[in-house]
Design a protein around this ligand. Structure first.
Ligand SMILES: C[S@@+](CC[C@H](N)C(=O)[O-])C[C@H]1O[C@@H](n2cnc3c(N)ncnc32)[C@H](O)[C@@H]1O
Length: 171
């Protein structure tokens, strides 16, 4: 028996919902701790010109921190919401030369095709948007094809106030 996807009370592709999410996002628990943890992992790679992919990048909060700390890094922001990309473009307006925006759903069968390879794939509080765990294995397999040798895949998922943090290094 296949269970139905968990419905979402909001549609982050709508500008009204994207704006409301952006307004309250930094009040959510553990954000600062996780941002610091992401940055520590990226710094620990010890490489200049890091090429990073962020999945479900939203209004660009994490990208802003990452690019602020790593002045030679570049980041590809993948999100299915044009509204979220619009908010991220505003937040990252002084960093645009190091940012690429990709409007795509990480639930599509071939979303990873043509993206290239990255030193790090990162995603914060977005993978729960798969809306059912049966999609998760495919997503992780797709990410694996994008990570360079000795690269990292850093994933933070928040579900119902419980936080799961998983590090997969050297995949
Ligand atoms: C809860 S927000 C988190 C945003 C950002 N990661 C952060 O922590 O600030 C989830 C993000 O995932 C995006 N998203 C949801 N489903 C997606 C999908 N299937 N493909 C790509 N992005 C998706 C939403 O548009 C939204 O920007």
């Amino acid at each position: 028996m296949v269970h139905a996807d968990v419905p979402s009370p909001i549609d982050l592709r709508l500008m009204s919902d994207a704006l409301e999410w952006e307004r309250t996002a930094m009040q959510r628990p553990f954000r600062e701790e996780f941002f610091s943890a992401f940055i520590s992992q990226l710094v620990a790679l010890g490489k200049p010109n890091l090429k990073i992919l962020e999945l479900g990048s939203g209004p660009g909060f994490l990208a802003q921190r990452v690019l602020g700390v790593l002045p030679t890094a570049s980041i590809t922001l993948l999100d299915f919401s044009a509204a979220m990309h619009e908010l991220a473009r505003i937040r990252l307006s002084n960093l645009v030369e190091r940012v690429e925006f990709v409007e795509r759903s990480f639930k599509e069968p071939d979303w990873q095709v043509g993206l290239g390879h990255y030193d790090a794939v990162i995603t914060n509080q977005a993978v729960h948007e798969l809306r059912h765990k049966r999609y998760a294995e495919q997503l992780h397999r797709q990410v694996r094809t994008l990570v360079k040798e000795n690269g990292i895949y850093w994933l933070v998922i928040t579900m119902q106030a419980k936080v799961l943090c998983r590090i997969m290094s050297s995949i």
